[in-house]
Design a protein around this ligand. Structure first.
Ligand code: SF4
Length: 468
């Protein structure tokens, strides 16, 4: 068994029985559920808008090379520089070159899972560059020395008391501080960072091909400040985020907001089309867009699994997943967790290492039901499982399963081993593998077939040979 898989199993069991973790997640999820219901109620025909958004994303992906080039051409005309990165290493090299060119010593960042994917913070800190997360949830996990727990709500695993305690330890704020007081504290702290940062780094929710824009949506205004104060703006965006037209945002933005946070529309929705133009007073003097592949074109070659590239990272599938809700975000040990993470991580980070995530699902289908871009997540998980099984063909296992199949199809062999022997056998074979909290199934002494035959015989005898 691979190391990642072993860690996953151990951590899943630990988290599932961590009562505090469970109650914090339940509480925070219940807030989301109420907002989610309300957010969806804005649509008179939810299925129609989901189909529309799914069509937009599929159209974009069918010709993503054309749209990406159009995006590059448009934004370059406005003075931005587009840099292509085939993997994390290349993206980090581009960042290094930008930091050196602009003599950067401090960076402010708005929330971006793409930068998590390339482990940007650790890389910059290693270069002695200060990195400050400016989204409140991201700031909390940064102070705690953790990674985001959830793709939309990074600090979902922390209660308000946890945050008060964390800030008390790090900044000596009163332990009884309210969320409002702590938010005010962070706001004041960050203001200074925004005005002194050399570079602002953001992700991007979408790349808009026809107008050459990076579309960014956020709730705290920190994304706007990250791009307004520093002289340099760097956007790092996955190439699958391309959409054909500005008009598509009419459908995509409300759909993302409703599914992500239950809002009608996210508080701040911005379009960045290049650096400050002549005569403009605000904005960065230089803008770079790093287009990250990092496994996406590899996934694109798989006709079925490539449907996962349509994801708009709303997080809804994580929130409804019974596995995610019990084992939590960190157990996956990957940038993207939950159902969508289990589908794409093996393709992005190495199939052999992460294929066990394909089995981290009950296949209940709730993820597919809520997905605003109609990705059939549970089907894709099954396809990953199929690939995992094919990749790990083991002749001993195959012969054993063939033998088992033969026995199960033959009544004589099915009844050959008495139930009490099977009860001892299963405990011996699965010792240490079954998990200490699960009960072993209990086989009855005789099979149903044997019991039925026996009952029939008794009835027959009792009725002098007359059948009822
Ligand atoms: S797969 Fe669908 S539900 Fe899950 S994060 Fe992506 S868009 Fe949202």
């Amino acid at each position: 068994m691979g190391e990642e898989k072993k860690k996953f199993i151990v951590e899943s069991e630990r988290k599932s029985f961590d009562i505090k973790h469970r109650s914090t997640i339940r509480f925070n999820m219940s807030k989301y559920e109420q907002a989610f219901e309300k957010g969806l109620s804005q649509f008179t025909d939810l299925e129609a808008i989901k189909q529309k958004v799914a069509n937009i994303k599929r159209t974009a992906l069918q010709d993503w090379d054309v749209y990406l080039e159009q995006f590059e051409q448009q934004i370059t005309q406005n003075g931005a520089q587009v840099l292509w990165a085939s993997d994390a290493q290349e993206a980090l090299s581009h960042i290094d070159a930008i930091m050196q060119k602009h003599h950067a010593k401090m960076v402010v960042k708005s929330k971006s899972m793409t930068t998590e994917e390339i482990e940007l913070n650790a890389h910059l800190e290693h270069q002695q560059i200060e990195v400050v997360e400016t989204d409140l949830g991201e700031y909390i996990v940064q102070v705690a020395g953790e990674k985001p727990y959830h793709i939309v709500t990074p600090a979902m695993h922390k209660s308000k008391e946890d945050v008060a305690e964390l800030f008390n330890q790090h900044f000596n704020t009163p332990i009884e501080s309210t969320p409002q007081e702590l938010t005010q504290f962070v706001r004041e702290k960050l203001r200074d960072k925004f005005t002194h940062a050399d570079v602002g780094i953001t992700g991007g929710n979408f790349l808009v091909a026809d107008i050459g824009a990076v579309a960014l949506t956020e709730n705290e205004g920190n994304g706007l400040m990250t791009t307004a104060f520093p002289k340099v703006h760097v956007a790092i965006v996955g190439i699958e985020k391309i959409i054909p037209s500005f008009k598509d945002l009419n459908y995509i933005w409300p759909t993302l907001a409703a599914h992500g946070t239950g809002q009608n529309i996210t508080s701040y929705s911005s379009l960045f089309r290049g650096p400050k133009q002549e005569g403009e007073t605000d904005g960065p003097e230089s803008m770079y867009v790093i287009l990250l592949d990092n496994g996406r074109s590899q996934l694109f070659t798989k006709p079925e699994q490539s449907r996962a590239l349509a994801c708009i990272r709303c997080g809804a599938c994580l929130n409804v997943c019974p596995v995610y809700r019990n084992i939590g975000g960190y157990t996956y040990n990957s940038t993207y967790s939950g159902p969508i993470g289990s589908v794409i991580t093996p393709h992005y980070n190495g199939f052999g290492v992460f294929q066990h995530l394909s089995f981290a699902s009950t296949l209940c289908g709730k993820c597919t039901e809520v997905c605003p871009v109609k990705i059939d997540l549970h089907d894709l998980l099954l396809l990953n499982r199929q690939e995992a099984v094919q990749n790990n063909s083991d002749w001993v296992w195959d012969i054993a399963m063939k033998g088992y199949q033969g026995m199960m199809q033959n009544r004589f062999w099915m009844d050959a081993v008495p139930g009490n022997v099977m009860n001892v056998g299963i405990k011996t074979v699965l010792k240490g593998k079954w998990g200490k909290y699960k009960l072993f199934p209990k086989f009855s002494r005789q099979s149903f077939s044997q019991q039925y035959k026996k009952a029939e015989k008794i009835k027959h005898n009792n009725n002098d040979g007359r059948r009822i």
